[in-house]
Design a protein around this ligand. Structure first.
Ligand code: URA
Length: 434
């Protein structure tokens, strides 16, 4: 078998066999298939799509590129959640400690910034000393000791996804249902979770802009979960505006800490509550969504969630004083406001453009090897439905490079549609698929 023939077959719109998919993933993982060949295949898949059988084969090949953790001896339910990616989406940083505080184990394998969307790992790495590269033995020990552990794909767990994820980020091949489904499900199944809550985002800041595409991705992932004997609940949620107010890395971490302290923005706190409630059900800690929501509120109010976050940070080598002293986190040197050009109501926000503006400041990567600036980002003041006055602030830009800030400001200004008619804010939870 040759990689070039497999690329040509997909380029010409044919279905790949399980063997061909296994061959190319093994070859890419071992370095025999080059980045440029895989980039070509990814683009062919992006343009031609994959059948459900091909997607299942791809998921399995990626899953078997590394170890599959067996955590069944821990004798407690193990539940994780994964989001398809958005702007200001920092729910993992709240959910993991809260759900762990309820006694459910949360083994979480997260991603880095991808295209215009942020990544949990980059946000966590704003914490001095925090290690997202725990070995599997350390991951398991942390899980046993504190109830939650958050790491990235390692050389051991779904390593093919680690390489593919980074390559997709810089080859414009992220927004592709089979690639997303295989990426998410391979690492989630490898990490040993017994139950999974998936947050599939749709809207201007999501990879899948149309709700029907999000629903289709949800169905593909449900089929994979079913085929692999995992309990799975999918929420289809809105991404037509940034979630919460913070977009960036350390700035999002601070918003997550504030939410754990009971002072988070409403939309963000609501989504964290809904996702946690579903995880608490799968983890056997709540009988239904109402009970799950009540438990979430209690764990926030009592401080159990924030204390669990402190324990997770300590266990992963981080400086847990950051929870009380945000001055210990990376911060941008300069700030600038982007103001409204007219009085009216915010009618729409091109949220992908907001995400791209944050990336432009340095919060994400333009190339595989780019280092990111953990302190830069945006504070979003005006959301859909808000009344704004001419010259009132829409967004504050936190930056270290003035030329980039100018470019980002122009993009943000263009991303806002302001008109005289009031528009209702979008519905946050669009569907729950059990
Ligand atoms: N999150 C992932 O882990 N993979 C994707 O492809 C998209 C979002």
């Amino acid at each position: 078998m040759r990689a070039v023939d497999i690329i040509a077959k997909k380029r010409d719109g044919h279905e790949l066999t399980r063997d061909e998919i296994g061959f190319i993933i093994r070859g890419y993982n071992s370095g025999e298939v080059a980045d440029y060949q895989m980039a070509a295949l990814l683009m062919a898949i992006y343009l031609r799509g994959m059948t459900i059988e091909e997607t299942l084969a791809l998921t399995e090949a990626m899953l078997h590129s590394g170890e599959i953790l067996d955590l069944s001896d821990l004798a407690r339910p193990r539940v994780d959640k994964h989001s398809t990616g958005g702007v200001g989406d920092k729910t993992s940083l709240v959910i993991a400690p809260v759900v762990a505080a309820a006694g459910v184990l949360v083994p979480m394998i997260s991603g880095r910034a991808l295209a215009h969307s942020g990544g949990t790992l980059d946000k966590l790495e704003s914490i001095p000393g925090f290690r997202t590269d725990l070995s599997l033995a350390e991951f398991r020990a942390t899980l046993e000791e504190v109830g939650a552990a958050l790491i990235g794909q390692t050389a051991e767990i779904a390593p093919a996804d680690k390489k593919l994820y980074a390559l997709r980020d810089v080859t414009a091949t992220v927004a592709c249902r089979p690639l997303m489904a295989a990426s998410i499900m391979s690492k989630k199944i490898a990490e040993g979770a017994s139950g999974l809550v998936l947050d599939v985002k749709t809207g201007s800041g999501a990879f899948l802009k149309k709700e029907e595409d999000a629903c289709e991705l949800a169905q593909i992932m449900m089929s994979i979960a079913r085929g692999m004997n995992r309990e799975c609940i999918v929420l289809i949620t809105d991404m037509n505006q940034p979630l919460g107010r913070a977009v960036g890395n350390s700035i999002e971490l601070i918003e997550a800490f504030e939410t754990l302290k009971g002072r988070g923005p409403d939309d963000f706190n609501t989504l964290c509550r809904e996702l946690s409630a579903e995880m608490l059900i799968l983890g056997g800690a709540a009988a239904d969504a109402k009970k799950g929501r009540e438990l979430y509120d209690e764990l926030i109010k009592s401080g159990a969630g924030v204390e669990k976050m402190r324990a997770i940070i300590r266990a992963q080598g981080g400086d847990s004083r950051v929870i009380d002293d945000y001055g210990l986190l990376p911060r941008a040197a300069q700030h600038q406001e982007v103001v409204a050009s007219q009085t009216g109501y915010v009618q729409a926000i091109d949220t992908e453009a907001i995400g791209r503006a944050s990336m432009l400041l340095g919060a994400g990567r333009a190339r595989l090897e780019t280092a990111i600036d953990l302190g830069v980002g945006l504070t979003v003041h005006a959301k859909i439905g808000d009344k704004v006055e001419r010259d009132s602030p829409l967004v504050t830009i936190h930056f270290n490079d003035s030329a980039r800030a100018e470019e980002a400001a122009a993009d943000i200004r263009a991303a806002y549609s302001i008109g005289l008619e009031h528009t209702a804010p979008p519905q946050l939870i669009k569907a729950v698929i059990r």
